[in-house]
Design a binder for this molecule. Structure first.
Ligand code: PEP
Ligand code: MN
Length: 343
C-alpha cells in the first residue's frame, strides 16, 4: 500500500505515519518527492485493510494499493527517475555514463593500461572482474583479493570509480571494501540470498539481467535489494538466451524503454556480453543510447588476443576510441550530456 501525504504535510505528520506503519508490522519506505511525500508500506498483503485505516491520520491525503508486485522498484511509489550517485557521478540523470575495462583483472600492467585507455576516453568507471563466473571450472577464475587491490590501485592512479562482481555473500566484506559499485552478474540475478545480502549494505549495486529472465523477474530481484533498504540499484541489460546463434546472446534493447516505463531505476546496456563479438559492440552501443539507456558497459583489453576471458568481444584501445567517437554523436542526438574526453 502507498500512503500519499498531502502537499503541506508536516515532517511530524510524516513521522507519525512512518511509526504507525511500523507498528502495524509493515516496513515503511518513505519517498520524499518534489511536491509530496509518499510512504510505501511493504509487507504481508493480508493485513492491508489495516494500512487503509491510516487515511484518517493528519496529513494523509489517500491510501492506495500498489498493484505491481515490485512495490519499490516500480513507478507507482516513485514517479521520478532515481539517481544513483557514485563518487559524485550521477547515474540515471541527463548524462550518459560509460563503464569500461577488461572482463577479468589479469595483472597490474593490464589493469593500469586499461584504466589509462578508459580514462583517456572520458569514461567515469573502470570495470573488471576479480571473481569470475566461468562455465568451466578449469577456466581462469579471477585473481580474487589481488585483483581487487589492483582495481583500487587503478582507481588511485586515475580517479575512475570501480565496478566489480560479487559472486558469493561470504566475499561481501572484501568486495565492499574495494569497490564503488557491486556487480551482481547474470548468473546470480536470482540468487535471493546474495541479493538480500547486498541489500543490507549501502553500496550501489549493478544488477545484470539473468540469461533467461523476464523483465518482471529482473525487477523482482531489484526489489529484494531495495526492500532491505539499499535504494542504490542500477539495472544492466546484457542480452538473453534465444534460438539465435550468430550472437552470443540476444541484446534485448526493448527492455530499455520497458524498464523506463515500469521502473524509476537507472538502466545501462552491456553490448559486449549482449553480442559476444567486438565488431558488433559499437553499433549496439549506439543503438542502446538511441533506445534511452543511461549508460554503457563495454569490455576493453589492450591485447584482446591474450585475454584470459572474453577476448573475442573485447575492444582494443583503437576500436574503443572509435566506438566512443561514434557513441558521442548519438549522445548528442539524444540530447544527453556526455562523458568528457576526446571528440
Ligand atoms: C561480466 O561482466 O564479465 C560478466 C560475467 O557478465 P554477465 O554476468 O552479464 O555474464
Ligand atoms: Mn566478460
Amino acid at each position: 500500500m502507498i500512503i500519499i501525504m498531502k502537499e503541506n504535510a508536516t515532517a511530524g505528520e510524516i513521522d507519525h505515519v512512518i511509526a504507525a506503519v511500523r507498528d502495524l508490522g509493515y516496513k515503511p519506505h518513505p519517498i520524499y518527492g518534489k511536491d509530496r511525500t509518499v510512504v510505501a508500506a511493504v509487507g504481508d498483503e493480508r493485513g492491508k485493510y489495516r494500512i487503509a485505516n491510516l487515511e484518517s491520520m493528519p496529513g494523509v491525503d489517500s491510501v492506495v494499493p500498489i498493484l505491481k508486485p515490485y512495490k519499490l522498484a516500480g513507478r507507482e511509489t516513485h514517479r521520478e527517475p532515481s539517481l544513483v550517485t557514485v563518487r559524485s557521478v550521477p547515474i540515471g540523470g541527463p548524462e550518459i555514463v560509460v563503464m569500461a575495462g577488461p572482463c577479468s583483472v589479469e595483472s597490474r600492467e593490464q589493469i593500469l593500461e586499461c584504466a589509462r585507455i578508459v580514462k583517456e576516453q572520458g569514461c567515469q568507471f573502470l570495470r573488471g572482474g576479480a571473481f569470475k563466473p566461468r562455465t568451466s571450472p578449469y577456466a581462469f577464475q579471477g585473481l580474487a583479493e589481488e585483483g581487487l587491490q589492483l582495481l583500487a590501485e587503478a582507481r588511485a592512479a586515475t580517479g575512475l570509480a570501480v565496478v566489480t562482481e560479487l559472486m558469493d555473500a561470504h566475499n561481501l566484506p572484501l568486495v565492499e571494501k574495494y569497490t564503488d559499485i557491486i556487480q551482481i552478474g547474470a548468473r546470480n540475478m536470482q540468487n535471493y540470498y546474495l541479493l538480500s545480502a547486498v541489500g543490507e549494505t549501502r553500496k550501489p549495486v549493478l544488477l545484470k539481467r539473468g540469461l533467461a529472465s523476464t523483465i518482471q523477474e529482473w525487477l523482482m530481484s531489484a526489489e529484494y535489494i531495495l526492500s532491505r533498504g539499499n535504494y542504490c540499484v542500477i539495472l544492466c541489460e546484457r542480452g538473453i538466451r534465444t534460438f539465435e546463434t550468430e550472437t552470443r546472446n540476444t541484446l534485448d534493447l526493448s527492455a530499455v524503454p520497458v524498464v523506463k516505463k515500469l521502473s524509476h531505476l537507472p538502466i545501462i546496456v552491456d553490448p559486449s556480453h549482449g553480442t559476444g563479438h567486438w565488431d558488433l559492440v559499437p553499433p549496439m552501443a549506439a543503438a542502446a543510447i538511441a533506445a534511452g539507456a543511461d549508460g554503457l558497459m563495454i569490455e576493453v583489453h589492450p591485447h584482446p588476443e591474450e585475454a584470459a576471458s572474453d577476448g573475442p568481444q573485447s575492444l582494443t584501445e583503437k576500436s574503443f576510441a572509435a566506438l566512443m567517437q561514434e557513441v558521442r554523436r548519438f549522445v548528442d542526438a539524444a540530447g544527453r550530456g556526455q562523458p568528457a574526453g576526446p571528440r
